[in-house]
Ligand binder design. Sequence first.
Ligand code: NAG
Length: 573
Amino acid sequence: MEVLLALLVVNLGGLALAEKRAVTTPTVCEEKLKTLTQKVDILLRQLQLQQMFIAERTRTDGGSGIKQARWGAIGTRPYHTSSHNMNWIAGGIFPHSQARDYFVTSGTSAVLNGVEFRMAGQGLMMYRPGQTFKSPRRRLPLPAVPPQVLAKKTVPEQVAEMKEWFKAWRDQNYKVRDYRKYFKPVLCYLEGKWLKSQGDDKLPFSQSFLSNEERARYQAYSGAIPLERHAFKPTSIVDFENGKPVFATWDYRILCHPVNQDIPTSTFRLVDDLSIRTPRRWTMDQLSRQMLANFQLNPLNRPWKENSEFADSDYEFLDQLMSQVPGPNNYDGKLYDDAFSKPTHPFTATTDKAAKLNTAFYHRWSKISQTGTGSLKARHRGFSDNTVFMAQTSQPSVAGMKVEECNFVGGKKVCKSYEQRWSYAIPLFITYITPLSSWNPYGLTIHTKLGYNDRTVFTGGRNGGFTTAKAYNGTSYNFYYTIPTEFFGSPQRGAAAPKGVLDPNGGLRKVSTGGLHSILPNIPGVGALRQTYPIFPIHGEGSTAWKEYEALADLVLKRKTHANMFLEPLQNI
Ligand SMILES: *[C@@H]1O[C@H](CO)[C@@H](O)[C@H](O)[C@H]1NC(C)=O
């Protein structure tokens, strides 16, 4: 009893104490909360500045471009391993010929305006941007088959006529047959932008985001191979709204623009790459016939002359091509960049009376009016990034950035604030879509929908064999076998090896793929023609060390041109 009473007393005393605390603690708590909130704000700001520090560092480490392809092979010299190229394919990106208009990315890392990210390894259809602000991306238009080919009654005659068109294209001789209407260059590019996090709390931590992030982290942590297909897209704090951080996630996509003019193949020049040539002891000519080759467009859209360089080029042919490519506002986009009261004009403008630049399309160069003088001054976007193209957008999903401009007007401070949204792009490759993409002389059924429709091609163990039981039942966008194999000389092996396909009457046809290639399979009497020209920039090229290395490579490889530079005369070596 006494013990119980004692406990009760103690308990009561405890209660009293608690009551006393309840009166005094809120102020302590509030104070703590206040300092904590302050500290969190400071930390968030510093986190944002830290991100900027990393991006700024990347921006001066190199330009926008392909940085590193994934592991491919190893060896005893550093150049035996993958660089911006995988061991067999430039940039790790290439068209996949089995399907109609399809290409593959193999997990390459890239940098766009200081943001480094990793593309997933995946197969992708080629799409072009939508037309209107809201319309989705669309399939590429395919060129028609020349009517002169279709006019031929038999398949062997059509094959012979089609070869003449390929000869004309090979020789770039549009006087014999005007191939320019039927061989259409398509410019495929990598586009990146910051997307605002959706939802009420505006946190990037949605379920799908988290699982992606977890897998990317796990892949990096464990080096796991099965997750190789995984993209890494960084996140960032882009803004503060009412003291709350606004997050954004990096997003990229590869789209293709059907170029609205012919690009003569003589405007491409092979780019030397010693890390490819040295281990294989290839000449430049050998390199030019490989899928590892990367090319450069002549800045003036002219055939390249031997040893010609342009030490002071500005608005190049590539700028002209990229200016046809819209940012996320799509082809109908119309925006102007008037920030800091300096309207942006096209680089080609000569006075500030000229129309303003439509910044909804990709550009590097522009001209800014000089206040009061009427004259224009050339501008290139980015600090030292020679390869980044930028487009303005008003898509609300893209994270914007605000800035305030203050001026003194009549002794009064007048401030104006701007918000702009931008996306970034680099060219990846130009592929010529040829009439092979739409030539179907056997009238084979082409299933255009995926799923069941597509499955009738191969269900029942059909594998493209040469019996009526094993042949594909028709074709589809994914199994695009439409070309009479005689066109490629009926090869047994390689990219043009035929498959058996049933025509609508149940007849067995031997057909090769009508899809896109890096280099077309040999066409007897015509040759093995390049269909795709990679033209991507390399991140490292923008670094100071790479510039010195390129100068050294030129010095070593062109000793005659640079003979006067050697400190010890060459003949004494
Ligand atoms: C081929 O597929 C079509 C449907 O696309 C079907 O009607 C036809 O019976 C199939 N032919 C054979 C031989 O399986």
